[in-house]
Write a protein of this length. Structure first.
Length: 702
């Protein structure tokens, strides 16, 4: 079969796109559709045309892997095809199942009607790639939905369910037997006369108050955190209401081209492929079948355990929530219920979904009844003896095929696995809080974890909507191991004279949701003092741990909870506090550190370059498989701005030589053992190479 199959059924030409895996609009597909439509128009026996996708999807949009290649600009370009569709004297109906995204939906918008099965989804997700819908989406969608809906839908890129799309006017009818019903719909249109194309429908875009756009920019702009595409999208949608179709289209083209050239677009497309690449593990053969996970038990009903249980319940997997403390269990179930009720009150789930999801979580008080689970995830506090005890119990209580996961964020997976008779089935399954929201799932392989166990957890991660990344077994794994450099460095800078406001402003302008010091205040510092006391014991001799957090706690400034920390708080509003600065200055004096001023550029380098340096060390040690895996971990677990592509991609874009220079400075200031440059980084810079060359250098022993 070619990429587009042509068949005539009941006087309707059915064009079936068959270009696995997602029927992307590659040159071959565009050409096939163009030829198919021309043939149907020329055939007197054909009254109408249906475009449908084979496999599980309608059309997922432009072929992203074609971007920047001659194929993407070759005729028929998508816009040429769309003009041909709109000019067709015979009605064309898009028959949508699975998803119609980006260029896929934009092509459907040039059909004379769209029908969809109930489970289908449509959307214009280009913003997630740093783009805008460049094939008329910003001009045609508002003609169907009105501008308010279009602004929200295109700036978020969300997938819209068929039923909602039908209500919004994007989809004309919900059907059951997709092909047959689409043929029927097309024949009906042919009998009634081909309706006007979407481009000629102007009623929803005339007389729109410009205030709608100003209000939207003011309201939604806060969420864009440095991304450029959303603002451009608003501009082109506004143009759709003030200019003729063709003028607005020309403006859309111009803006699309500008975004296509942007660093953010490159970074976001890197990220798109990085997330998919991370699921592929070189020493886990692709033909290894993941075990089906039909039921899970989560041990520990605290915030973490509850969030993990919700992640499974939300994805349709029944889960037992186990806690031997009946009161804690009741409390945990109460928190889960409340979280769902909040989602209900915000309108993000329906009452039926609440009942269904909550109903999938079964509270259990002990280990007696675990014979039906395929996987266990332990989420109790970080105590090796306790974890080993639980794993020994799970080893006895669960069926022999069951996988045993631990949510530890730092403990040794092998030591935990040694408490069982199945170390091949033990794996780290590190979720991030709140686990029902955060997308990162850091899977951690022990020395005996089997390929099947890894394949299962990576597939399961995707199934429950997470971004799984595989890490090696070390203190802090991929993410937390790097985190300390970011947070500790912020304190080193305070000692040397930077202010909390300046450091947090630089981090937030870069795109972090919250700067490191505001984050410390939010998380609270009392607990951090204990963690640091333990960490201090293993610190290399050439390193000094800053003690600002200790001084803050001694002064009763434990963060937001005490309305004072690195800032003072009026309710939740954070305000600069001279008292905090006095305290910092006094501590610097005590340590004999001279204070000076910092430029924003230096703060940015000192906050984020060490992440890249430590990431390189993880690559050297085989803790992370690829630089892009580290990007996926940091975007999803720590809020690193996705439009930079993640720390490693960003580091390469700004220049690894700059990262190396910072590592040399910080090594001299803070201790070479941990802060000094990675050998890999030194080699890459010396040889003018990048991350793609790292595996060969590492394999050759650096
Ligand atoms: N182009 C090229 N390859 C694509 C693709 C696309 N648009 N969409 C997905 N793929 C590839 C993936 O890279 C992956 O390849 P590997 O198996 O080699 O890793 C494979 O298809 C399957 O993808 P997923 O693992 O993501 O499969 P899924 O079933 O979980 O999700 C999907 C399917 C919802 C379509 C998801 O792939 C997706 O969101 N794709 C991107 C859609 C998109 O952004 N479209 C807009 C494109 S830009 C555009 O259209 C510009 C314009 O205005 C003209």
């Amino acid at each position: 079969m070619s990429t587009v199959d042509y068949a005539v059924q009941s006087s309707v030409a059915v064009l079936t796109v068959a270009y696995p895996p997602v029927n992307a609009l590659s040159l071959a597909v565009r050409a096939g559709l163009g030829e198919g439509v021309a043939r149907a128009i020329a055939d007197p026996a054909v009254k109408a045309i249906v475009v449908i996708g084979s496999g599980t999807i309608f059309i997922a949009g432009a072929d992203i892997s074609e971007f920047g290649t001659p194929n993407s600009a070759a005729e028929p370009r998508l816009q040429t095809l769309q003009a041909q569709f709109e000019a067709s004297p015979k009605p064309i109906v898009a028959a949508i199942h699975g998803t119609a995204l980006g260029g896929g939906l934009e092509l459907a918008l040039t059909c004379h009607a769209r029908v969809a099965v109930q489970s289908a989804k449509v959307g214009l997700p280009e913003v997630k790639l740093g783009l805008l819908p460049g094939a008329g989406g910003t001009i045609r969608l508002p003609r169907l939905t009105g501008v308010v809906v279009a602004l929200e839908a295109i700036t978020t890129g969300r997938h819209i369910g068929a039923v909602e799309a039908n209500k919004l006017g994007i989809v004309d009818a919900i059907v059951f037997d997709l092909k047959a019903d689409a043929i029927g719909y097309a024949l009906k249109l042919a009998a009634e006369g081909t309706p006007p194309p979407v481009r000629d429908r102007n009623d929803k875009i005339t007389g729109v108050d410009p205030k709608v756009f100003a209000d939207f920019r003011a309201r939604a702009g806060k969420k864009w955190r440095g991304q450029i595409a959303p603002a451009r999208i608003v501009d082109v949608i506004e143009a759709a209401t003030t200019r003729s179709f063709d003028d607005a289209k020309a403006f859309e083209n111009e803006q699309f081209k500008a975004l296509m050239e942007s660093d953010q677009r490159k970074a976001l497309i890197h990220y798109f492929f990085a997330e998919r690449e991370a699921r592929k593990i070189p020493d886990v053969p692709a033909d290894i079948k993941p075990l089906p996970i039909r039921k899970v038990v989560v041990i520990g009903s605290g915030l973490m355990g509850g969030g993990i249980a919700m992640s499974f319940a939300n994805a349709g997997i029944p889960v037992k929530l186990l806690d031997i403390d009946a009161e804690a269990l009741a409390r945990g179930m109460g928190v889960i219920r409340k979280t769902y009720e909040t989602s209900l009150s915000r309108g993000s789930i329906t009452q039926a979904q609440l009942d269904e999801r909550f109903g999938r979580i079964e509270p259990v008080g002990g280990y007696d009844d675990l014979g039906d689970v395929d996987m266990a995830i332990e989420a109790v506090f970080e105590d090796m003896a306790l974890k080993q005890k639980i794993f020994a119990l799970l080893d006895k209580a669960t069926p022999p095929h069951a996988i045993l996961g631990t949510n530890t964020s730092s403990l040794d997976i092998d030591q935990i696995a040694s408490a069982t008779t199945r170390p091949d089935k033990v794996i780290g399954a590190h979720f991030f809080s709140p686990a029902n929201v955060m997308k990162l799932l850091e899977a951690v392989r022990g020395s005996k974890t089997s390929a099947e166990t890894i394949a299962t957890v990576m597939a399961l991660g995707k199934q429950i909507g997470k971004a799984p990344v595989l890490a090696g077994n070390c203190d802090g794994f991929i993410g937390n191991r790097m985190l300390q450099y970011y947070t500790v460095n912020a304190e080193y800078m305070l000692e040397r004279g930077a202010t909390p406001e300046q450091i947090d402003r630089v981090a937030e302008q870069f795109g972090m949701a919250m700067g490191p010091l505001a984050m410390r205040d939010l998380a609270g510092m009392a607990q951090a003092v204990n963690v640091r006391a333990v960490r201090k014991l293993t610190l290399p001799a050439d390193e000094r741990m800053p003690e600002l957090v200790e001084r803050m706690v001694e002064a009763g400034r434990i963060g937001q909870k005490s309305s004072a920390g690195f800032y003072r708080y009026d309710g939740r509003e954070r305000l600069p506090d001279p008292a905090a600065l006095d305290l910092i200055r006094a501590e610097a004096q005590r340590q004999g550190i001279e204070q000076r001023s910092f430029t924003d550029e230096e703060i940015l380098a000192r906050l984020f370059h060490p992440l890249v340096n430590e990431g390189a060390k993880e690559l050297e040690e085989g803790i992370a498989i690829r630089a892009s895996d580290i990007d996926v971990a940091w975007v999803n677990g720590y809020g690193f701005p996705v439009h930079t592509g993640g720390p490693m991609f960003w580091g390469e874009q700004i220049g690894l030589d700059k990262v190396l220079a910072t590592a040399r400075t910080l090594g001299a200031e803070n201790g070479q053992t941990r802060w000094g440059p990675s050998r890999l980084l030194e080699r890459l810079v010396a040889e003018g190479k990048g991350w793609k060359d790292a595996p060969a250098l590492i394999a050759a022993g650096l």
